[in-house]
Ligand binder design. Structure first.
Ligand code: AMP
Ligand code: MG
Length: 334
């Protein structure tokens, strides 16, 4: 049976923590809010608790979980954090949407790390969740709270549709602020590899590291999760530059446009407006919920705006590209 408790990331009643702490200590699963997307959490030091996460999500066993910490000071007890040369600089980005892959100690379950000797660690920017983890007394393994292959969930409504009956408890703290998953990096001395782009951008990382490179799909250092189909709506989603998109929208009433505020002003008729290009976080915040809205709509397919891959839009486009089929002219549109 699943229970639901309403809370808030900043203004929460500490009493709302008690039930979640109890379930985590008993080896159960708890859906928790973060600033990126919702997570499904369990004791990261327990094989059997972590196994329940894989089962609930239908997640492939070779895709490791992220270990969430309530406090930076606890990380070194569970991982070789002190070996990370740029740790002090990286700590300045926490709490925040950054996951750092680091050598794990034996305390971390090898189910959580999918048999690897490393684990992704993160301190989420949600006071409630950090307090939940602190009170549990161990790091909480938590991938995104969605069935494997579906878009990550940014509100409890979506999680209820998929995960009700599959987890012990859900905390509802409203919609998440950022809406796409954390930046995952592998630091190696003064250099780092981005395994998954996110809200912390290349520019942010270049303030810390001499070089920033990107993991190749299929490459050795790749984040195992990136090889799986991800982030996608069930319906066909096309992507196109603004001029093509406008033409498609004008000629195909069965296709739902998903566009920035700016482009939306040039399109008559129904559309989903992501947000202003000058405020990219407003765009990432709506992205996955619009994928789900497309699936639940009477439209046959969707068409989403292609953005220039600069700054944070590089990360937004990373998710859009995984979810959509590019079209460059009207003839491509079937
Ligand atoms: P999720 O929490 O569902 O967004 O997935 C966690 C992401 O972090 C996946 O893409 C994982 O492959 C990645 N990740 C976690 N631990 C590691 C690790 N030890 N090495 C590489 N990638 C990792
Ligand atoms: Mg995920």
């Amino acid at each position: 049976m699943t229970e639901l408790i309403h809370t808030d990331c900043t203004n929460y009643d500490p009493k709302t923590l008690i039930h979640g702490v109890k379930i985590l200590r008993e080896g159960g699963t708890v859906v928790f809010p973060t600033e990126t997307v919702y997570g499904i959490g369990a004791d990261a030091t327990s094989d059997s608790a972590c196994f329940k996460i894989f089962e609930a999500k239908g997640r492939p066993a070779d895709n490791p979980l992220i270990a969430h910490f309530g406090s930076i000071g606890d990380i070194n007890r569970y991982c070789f954090w002190d070996m990370v040369e740029k740790r002090k600089e990286l700590e300045m980005l926490w709490p925040g949407p950054l996951t750092v892959v680091v050598k794990k100690r034996d305390l971390i379950s090898s189910v959580a790390s999918a048999g690897l000797d490393t684990i992704g660690v993160r301190v989420p920017d949600c006071d409630f969740t950090r307090s939940l983890i602190q009170n549990a007394g161990f790091p909480v393994a938590g991938p995104s709270a969605n069935i494997s292959g579906r878009p990550s969930a940014t509100s409890i409504l979506h999680i209820k549709e998929e995960m009700w009956g599959r987890v012990d408890l859900m905390y509802d703290a409203g919609r998440t602020r950022i809406g796409i998953e954390s930046t995952v990096i592998l630091p190696e001395g003064e250099n780092c590899t981005v395994l998954r782009p996110g809200a912390y951008t290349e520019e942010d990382l270049l303030r810390i590291f001499k070089t920033v490179s990107y993991a190749k799909v299929g490459g050795k250092t790749m984040s195992p999760g990136m090889k799986y189909r991800h982030y996608s709506p069930s319906k066909k989603l096309y992507r196109a530059d603004p001029e093509i998109l406008i033409k498609v929208a004008e000629n195909n009433p069965k296709v739902l446009p998903i566009v920035s505020t700016e482009l939306g002003e040039r399109i008559n008729g129904n559309k989903l407006v992501l947000g202003k290009k000058s405020d990219p976080v407003s765009i990432s915040r709506n992205l996955y919920s619009f994928f789900r809205e497309l699936d639940g709509s009477p439209y046959e397919a969707g068409i989403i705006e292609s953005f220039e891959e600069k700054g944070y839009f590089f990360s937004i486009m990373n998710r859009i590209k995984k979810a959509s089929i590019p079209i460059t002219e009207m003839a491509d549109f079937k």
